[in-house]
Design a protein around this ligand. Structure first.
Ligand code: PMP
Length: 400
């Protein structure tokens, strides 16, 4: 898979050493087809969409809408207008949380999990402040798995929305979202799934999952930054008020009253990231060409190989040992600060993330300041893992 299609940024030296890029959880690298598609858009059909009768505008609009339809098929959504282009996961979650302000009453409850990214915590806290709703937390165990019996006892008629990640960015845990959705629906609550970390590794089927909302970011699936997707069931998107007002999202505007456009435009105010939307379709095609089954199987091999090698390092503790886990390894070694390891191995050409990974409640749970996180993609190799493990060992000899 490493040589599947060229990703030229990977073939460079950083600090005089061949780059080993293990920060895929933060963002993915971009294949040549994606870079070419960006250039092609701006050099051949750049124009504003949905606005002009002229040919370029129609070409740009057609390409943008074709990409929406592609993403609809990828997620197996029922309708293309259930696919909203956003700036990314954070934008998608904020759009839904903001919409729920109109539906919640004081005392209603919102359930988040103990392993959420800050972007799936803070918008809901802001919503609670506005509405008097109460935030409740689904706890997890030491392995980094949600405690489902406790989840079930938190659910009640007061629960209006449950919001959890499909895969945790800090722990790699794959959450049992089907089960979570089923139980939430049994009490009449809606469910938002944060798919930011899942979409690089698997192909979600939103109808099979039966989730009400599913959000992800283009930049984590080999696409550009500044583009993402909010999937919402039609009936929910119809119920929620729009997040932003402006051009494109209206049917009629009078000073006395404005009426909103139909879906998906109601949620797409202003000139969107046209190139980003089109090129996200290219990135999704690229991943489907490689195939998500092949990606998942190969990444699982990388995960097992790296876990086994890292476990041989004395004093190394893996944070996040769920039975069902993707290719993310968070770890600490003794009392060494993660930042120190990260800084030394960067000098050896290795890119990992260190810190709290925008998930401070997880770090509080384990009572640690942060972790070193290596997150693998399909374009990584076992040889790179060998280089990485040797670099970690070398950093230890300097830090101990
Ligand atoms: N949720 C999770 C699980 C994530 O990993 C991330 C990105 N690290 C986000 C949300 C936020 O995504 P973005 O910054 O692209 O909006």
């Amino acid at each position: 898979l490493h040589d599947a299609l060229p990703i030229s940024i990977l073939n460079q030296k950083v600090n005089g050493q061949p780059l080993v890029y293990f920060d895929n959880g933060a963002t993915s690298q971009k294949p040549q087809v994606v870079l070419d598609a960006i250039t092609q858009y701006y050099s051949e059909i750049n124009a504003n969409i949905h606005r002009g009768v002229h040919t370029l505008s129609q070409l740009a609009t057609d390409a943008y809408e074709a990409s929406r339809a592609k993403i609809q098929r990828h997620l197996n959504a029922k309708n293309p207008h259930e696919i909203i282009f956003t700036a990314g996961t954070t934008h998608g979650i904020n759009a839904v949380a903001n919409g729920f302000a109109a539906l919640l009453q004081s005392g209603d409850e919102i359930l988040v999990s103990a392993m959420e990214h800050h972007s799936n915590i803070v918008p809901w806290q802001m919503l609670c402040e506005r509405t008097g709703a109460v935030l409740k937390v689904i706890p997890m165990n030491e392995n980094g798995e949600l405690i489902l019996s406790e989840y079930e006892s938190l659910l009640s008629a007061k629960t209006k929305i449950v919001t959890v990640n499909h895969i945790s960015n800090a722990l790699g845990t794959i959450n049992p979202v089907e089960y979570i959705i089923q139980k939430a629906h049994a009490v009449g609550a809606a469910v938002l799934i944060d798919g930011a970390q899942a979409t690089p590794h698997l192909k979600p089927d939103v109808q099979a999952l039966d989730c009400d909302f599913y959000v992800f970011s283009g930049h984590k699936v080999c696409g550009p930054t500044g583009i993402g997707i909010l999937y919402g069931k039609e009936e929910w998107l119809d119920r929620l008020p729009p997040y932003q007002g402006g051009g494109e999202m209206i049917a009629t505007v009078r000073f006395e009253k404005t009426t909103y456009a139909d879906l998906p435009h109601k949620f797409e105010a202003g000139t969107p990231n046209i190139a980003g939307g089109i090129v996200l379709g290219t990135a999704i095609d690229y991943l489907n060409e490689i195939g998500f089954e092949a990606i998942a199987a190969y990444e699982q091999e990388l995960l097992e190989y790296a876990t086994q090698k890292l476990e041989q390092i004395e004093g190394l503790r893996i944070i996040g040992t769920a039975a069902n886990k993707t290719s993310v390894i968070s770890f600490n070694i003794g009392n060494i600060h993660p930042y120190d390891i990260g800084t030394i191995i960067d000098k050896l050409g290795i890119a990992v993330r260190t810190g709290h990974h925008c998930a401070q409640p997880i770090m509080d749970f384990y009572q640690i300041p942060g972790t070193v996180r290596a997150s693998f993609a399909f374009y990584n190799t076992k040889e790179e893992i060998d280089t990485f493990v040797a670099a970690v060992e070398r950093s230890l000899s300097m830090l101990k």
